[in-house]
Design a protein around this ligand. Structure first.
Ligand code: SF4
Ligand code: SF4
Ligand code: SF4
Length: 253
C-alpha cells in the first residue's frame, strides 16, 4: 500500500490521470477534472463515453467500486473524431473558437477558420454554436479505444493552459473596468470640487458685499417710490374737497 504524504496526489488527481481529457462535457461536468472530483466524491464511474469500458475498469481499480457498463443514457463509446470546417461556408463569427476547450481552432473575426487537426480532441463542442452549420465531425480511426495517455496528457496541458489564459484575461478585463470606474469617479469628484469652489466664490466677502449693497439699493429705491406715491396721494386728498365743495356750491346755487 502506498504511503500518502501531503505532496501525494489526491484521489481526484489520480482519477483525472485516467480520464481521456477530451473535455467534451458529456459526463455532465464542465470537463474531465470536475468529473474526476465528482467521482472522488461518490459520482458514478460509468459516465465517460470517450473513455469507454477500459476507463471504467481503471476507475473501478482506483475507487474500489465494481466495474459497470457504460451508462447508455450518457452516450456510446465511438472511435475518435475530428472536427473539419467547410471553409467556403465559414463566416468568421469566432463562435467555434470560444467553444473549443483546447484552443484547437484558429482564425480571426470575419475570416475563415480552421481546425488544427493535431490538437482537436473530437469533443464536438464547436458544432452546435456554429450559426451556418459548417463544421463536420469525421471519424478518424476504426478501433474503439480511449485516446493514448500521451495524447490525453497533451490535451490536458492545452486545456489547463486555456483555463489559466481565460482566468488571466477575465482578471485583466476586471482591472480595466476598475480603472475606468475609478477614472469616472475621479471625474465626478473633480466636478464636485468645481461646484464647491463656485459655491465658495459666490459666498466670498466681495460677493456678499455686492449682494447686500444691491439689496440695500433696491430697498432704498422701493422706499423712495413709496414716499413719492404717498405725497402724490396727499396732494390729491387736499384737492378733492375743494372740488367737492365747488360741486356742492354749484348744486346749491
Ligand atoms: S472525456 Fe468528456 S465525458 Fe469523459 S470525463 Fe472528460 S469531459 Fe467527461
Ligand atoms: S475543434 Fe471542435 S471538436 Fe475539436 S477540440 Fe475544438 S471544439 Fe472540440
Ligand atoms: S462558428 Fe462556424 S461560421 Fe463561425 S467562425 Fe466557426 S466555423 Fe466559421
Amino acid at each position: 500500500m502506498p504511503i500518502l504524504t501531503s505532496s501525494s496526489p489526491s484521489l481526484a488527481d489520480l482519477i483525472n490521470q485516467v480520464l481521456p481529457q477530451t473535455q467534451c462535457t458529456k459526463c455532465g461536468y464542465q470537463g474531465c477534472r470536475p468529473y474526476a472530483e465528482a467521482i472522488a466524491g461518490g459520482e458514478a464511474i460509468n459516465r465517460c463515453p470517450p473513455g469507454g469500458p477500459q476507463t471504467v475498469t481503471l476507475l473501478s481499480g482506483l475507487t474500489g467500486r465494481p466495474a459497470q457498463a457504460l451508462n447508455p443514457d450518457i452516450g456510446e463509446h465511438t472511435p475518435l473524431k475530428l472536427a473539419v470546417i467547410r471553409e467556403d461556408d465559414c463566416i468568421g463569427c469566432t463562435k467555434c473558437i470560444q467553444a473549443c476547450p483546447v484552443d484547437a481552432i484558429v482564425g480571426a473575426a470575419k475570416r475563415m477558420h480552421t481546425v488544427i487537426a493535431s490538437e482537436c480532441t473530437g469533443c464536438d463542442l464547436c458544432v452546435e454554436p456554429c450559426p451556418v452549420d459548417c463544421i463536420d465531425m469525421i471519424t478518424i480511426g476504426s478501433d474503439i479505444a480511449p485516446p493514448s495517455r500521451e495524447q490525453a496528457n497533451h490535451w490536458q496541458m492545452r486545456y489547463e493552459y486555456r483555463e489559466s489564459r481565460l482566468q488571466r484575461e477575465a482578471k485583466e478585463q476586471q482591472q480595466r473596468r476598475l480603472i475606468k470606474l475609478e477614472s469616472k469617479l475621479g471625474a465626478l469628484d473633480r466636478g464636485e470640487s468645481i461646484q464647491k469652489a463656485s459655491t465658495a466664490t459666490a459666498q466670498s466677502p466681495e460677493q456678499m458685499r455686492s449682494y447686500i449693497e444691491a439689496a440695500v439699493a433696491r430697498t432704498q429705491a422701493r422706499k423712495a417710490a413709496l414716499r413719492a406715491s404717498d405725497s402724490s396721494a396727499g396732494s390729491n386728498a387736499h384737492a378733492a374737497p375743494q372740488a367737492d365743495s365747488g360741486g356742492n356750491g354749484n348744486e346749491q346755487g
